[in-house]
Design a protein around this ligand. Structure first.
Ligand code: FAD
Ligand code: SF4
Length: 539
C-alpha cells in the first residue's frame, strides 16, 4: 500500500539543534525575519543528545545575543583557575605553566546540553520552528540531483519491517537550502560527503571518543571555576589520551576522558581507561562519597584543517562539527560551531544559496584558527614524547611550520592481533588499578545515560556482513567492537549454531564510535526512531 507522504516546506531546514544549528537559525532570523526556518532534532528534548565538556569561548555568543549575560544559561561558571597535570599510576606532577591553548581566562564552564535547551526558546521567539523528536533519516534530492530537504524517519515500524498499530509515515521537509549541523560523524553528512565526493581533496577525517560523567560531590570538595586537564596514565605512550575535570557550582564536577580513535591496540577499551583514570588517587579523592548524576559518550572530530571536506554541495552546506571545525589542542569546538553557523546564516542572507560557502569559510577566522593548530594531533601519531615536543614547536612558531602533517583514517590504525602479539608491536602493559568507584561496568554506566529505544524497531546499527565478525574479525582483531563501544552494545555470543554477533541496540548512546573505528567499515549507524537515544541531563 503506497500513500503520499505529508510534506512541509521551508526556505531553510537545519538538521541538528546543537550550538551550530541553533546559532545558524537565530542569526538567519535576525537578518531575514521573512524567511521560514525550521530546525529538526533527533533527541526527545533539545540538548538531550548533547554531550560536551564544556569550557567555552564566549565571543560568538556575545555577538549573537549581546545581552545573554543578564539571563545566562542555567549552568554558567566563570573559569578562574587552570591546571595541567602529568599523571603516573600513583602520583604525578603539575606542569609549572599551562600551555597557552589551555588558558581559559575569560571563558565559562557550561553544560552544552543545557545551553542548547536555553538557546532554543530564544530561536523560537524569533520565529524559528524547532522540532525535537524528528530524526532526519535521509536527504531528499530534486530532479537536478541537488539536495532539497530531508525525510524524517517513520515511527512505529517493527523489527521485522512490518507496521505496528501506531505506525506513522515520516514526513518530507522540503527546503531551498538544507543546513547540516549534525555534529561529529553525522549520518546524513557521511552519505552526502560520499555522494558528492566532498572529501576528494582532503585527508580522511579523524576522531576521538570522549566519555563523561557528571558527579554530585561531597560538600567542600568542589572549587567552582577550577579547570584541570591531565595527560599520561592510564594512556600508554602510543595512545592519545587525556582527561578533563571541570568544577561547576552546587557541588557538581564534570569529568571525562578522551581517547584518540587512532589507537593501535585492538584490546584497548576507552571506557576502562576512563574508569581507571577516575580511580587515580588525585581524582578518586574528589569523587569518593559522591554520586553520578548523568553519564554518556560522544565522538569528537579531530582531523581539523587537513581533513576539512568541501563545505557546500548543490542545495546544502555543512557547519560545526559536521564540517569538522573543532580546535584539538584547545579541545574546543563550540565557538567554532557557533561562529560557522552565524557565518553560514550571513552567507545565505546575502546570497540565498549554498554556492560560495566553502570559499567564505576558508577565508575566515574559523579556518585561520584551524590552520594554526593543524600539526598538533598528527604529531602524537609518533608517540607521546614526539607529540609533546612537536606541540611545543607548533606553539612557539604559532603554526608557521612550512609542513602539514598527514591525517589517516582511524579504522586503519588498528594492529592485527598476531602483530600485536609479536615483537612488531610492543603490546602496551596496561598496569591497571583495582577499581572501587561506580559504575561497576558499562551496563551499569548506561543507566546514567537514561537511554531509551523501543526494542521492537529495526536495528539502527546496520552490519552489512556479520559473517566477517565470526570469521576474519574474530581472528584478526578479536572483535574490537565488543571493547570500543562505551555502552556494551556489541556482544559475541554462542548458541547451538555457533558464535554470532548480538547487537543490544537499545543501549546505544549515539556516540558513533562503531561507525568510525570498525576495522572493516561494515557498521553503518543510521537514525533510530525520532526521540530514541540518551536522555542526558546537563552533559
Ligand atoms: C567529551 C567532549 C568534551 C568536549 N569539550 C569541549 C569544551 O570543553 N569546549 C568546547 O568548546 N567544545 C568541547 N567539545 C566539542 C563540542 O561539544 C562540539 O564542538 C560542539 O558540540 C559542536 O556543535 P555542533 O552543533 O556542530 O554539534 P553537536 O553539538 O554534536 O549537535 C548536533 C545535534 O544534531 C543532532 N542530530 C544529529 N544527527 C541528526 C539527525 N540525522 N536528525 C536530527 N538531529 C540530528 C544531535 O542529536 C545533536 O543534538 C567537547 C566534545 C566532547 C565530546
Ligand atoms: S553502538 Fe556505536 S554509536 Fe552506539 S554507543 Fe556503541 S559505539 Fe556508540
Amino acid at each position: 500500500m503506497s500513500s503520499e507522504r505529508d510534506v512541509m516546506e521551508y526556505d531553510v531546514v537545519t538538521v541538528g539543534a546543537g550550538p551550530a544549528g541553533l546559532a545558524f537559525a537565530i542569526r538567519l532570523k535576525q537578518l531575514k525575519p521573512e524567511l521560514s526556518v525550521c530546525v529538526i532534532e533527533k533527541a526527545s528534548t533539545i540538548g538531550a543528545h548533547i554531550l560536551s565538556g564544556a569550557v567555552i569561548e564566549t565571543g560568538p555568543l556575545d555577538e549573537l545575543l549581546p545581552n545573554w549575560r543578564k539571563a545566562p544559561p542555567p549552568i554558567c561558571v566563570p573559569a578562574n583557575q587552570d591546571e595541567f597535570w602529568f599523571l603516573s599510576k600513583t602520583g604525578g606532577f603539575k606542569f609549572p605553566v599551562v600551555p597557552p591553548q589551555m588558558n581559559n581566562h575569560g571563558n565559562v564552564i557550561v553544560s552544552l546540553g543545557a545551553l542548547c535547551a536555553w538557546l532554543a526558546p530564544q530561536a523560537e521567539a524569533l520565529g524559528v520552528e524547532i522540532y525535537p523528536g524528528f530524526a532526519a533519516a535521509a536527504p531528499l534530492f530534486d530532479e537536478h540531483h541537488a539536495v532539497c530537504g530531508v525525510r524524517i524517519g517513520d515511527m512505529g515500524v517493527a523489527k521485522d519491517g512490518s507496521h505496528k498499530p501506531g505506525y506513522t509515515q515520516g514526513i518530507d521537509i522540503k527546503a531551498k537550502i538544507t543546513v547540516l549541523g549534525e555534529g561529529a560523524r553525522g549520518h546524513l553528512t557521511k552519505d552526502l560527503v560520499r555522494k558528492y565526493d566532498l572529501d576528494r581533496d582532503a585527508d580522511p577525517q579523524s576522531y576521538s571518543i570522549g566519555i563523561k560523567e557528571l558527579w554530585q560531590v561531597r560538600t567542600g570538595v568542589c572549587e567552582p571555576g577550577k579547570i584541570v586537564h591531565t595527560m599520561g596514565w592510564p594512556a600508554d605512550p602510543k595512545t592519545y589520551g587525556g582527561s578533563f575535570l571541570y568544577h561547576l557550582d552546587k557541588d557538581r564536577i564534570a569529568l571525562g576522558y578522551v581517547s584518540g580513535l587512532d589507537y593501535q591496540d585492538p584490546n584497548y577499551q576507552p571506557y576502562e581507561a576512563f574508569q581507571q583514570w577516575k580511580n587515580h588517587p588525585s581524582v578518586k579523592s574528589l569523587l569518593e562519597g559522591g554520586t553520578i548524576l548523568s553519564a554518556g559518550a560522544r565522538a569528537i572530530v579531530t582531523g581539523g584543517y587537513q581533513s576539512l571536506p568541501k563545505l557546500e554541495m548543490p542545495g546544502a552546506l555543512l557547519i560545526g562539527d559536521a564540517a569538522g571545525l573543532l580546535n584539538v589542542p584547545k579541545i574546543k569546538g563550540t565557538h567554532q560551531a557557533m561562529r560557522s553557523g552565524m557565518m553560514a546564516a550571513e552567507h545565505i542572507a546575502a546570497h540565498g544559496t549554498s554556492v560560495g560557502w566553502d570559499a567564505t569559510l576558508r577565508a575566515s577566522s574559523v579556518m585561520k584558527e584551524l590552520k594554526k593548530v593543524r600539526n598538533f594531533k598528527p604529531g602524537f601519531k609518533k608517540g607521546r614524547l614526539f607529540g609533546l615536543i612537536n606541540s611545543g614547536w607548533e606553539t612557539i612558531t604559532a603554526g608557521l611550520s612550512p609542513w602539514t602533517m598527514k591525517v589517516s583514517a582511524d579504522y586503519s590504525s588498528l594492529q592485527k592481533l598476531d602483530v600485536a602479539g609479536s615483537a612488531a608491536l610492543e603490546r602496551p602493559k596496561r598496569d591497571y588499578l583495582e577499581r572501587t568507584l561506580a559504575p561497576r561496568d558499562r551496563l551499569a554506566g548506561v543507566y546514567f545515560a537514561a537511554t531509551e529505544h523501543d526494542e521492537d524497531q529495526p536495528v539502527h546499527l546496520r552490519v552489512s556482513d556479520t559473517d566477517i565478525c565470526i570469521t576474519t574479525c574474530a581472528t584478526e582483531y578479536g572483535n574490537p567492537c565488543t571493547r570500543f563501544c562505551p555502552a556494551g552494545v556489541y556482544e559475541m555470543v554462542k548458541d547451538d549454531n555457533g558464535p554470532r554477533l548480538q547487537i543490544n541496540a537499545a543501549n546505544c548512546v549515539h556516540c558513533k564510535t562503531c561507525d568510525i573505528k570498525d576495522p572493516y567499515q561494515i557498521i553503518d549507524w543510521v537514525t533510530p526512531e525520532g526521540g530514541a537515544g540518551p536522555n542526558y541531563q546537563n552533559l
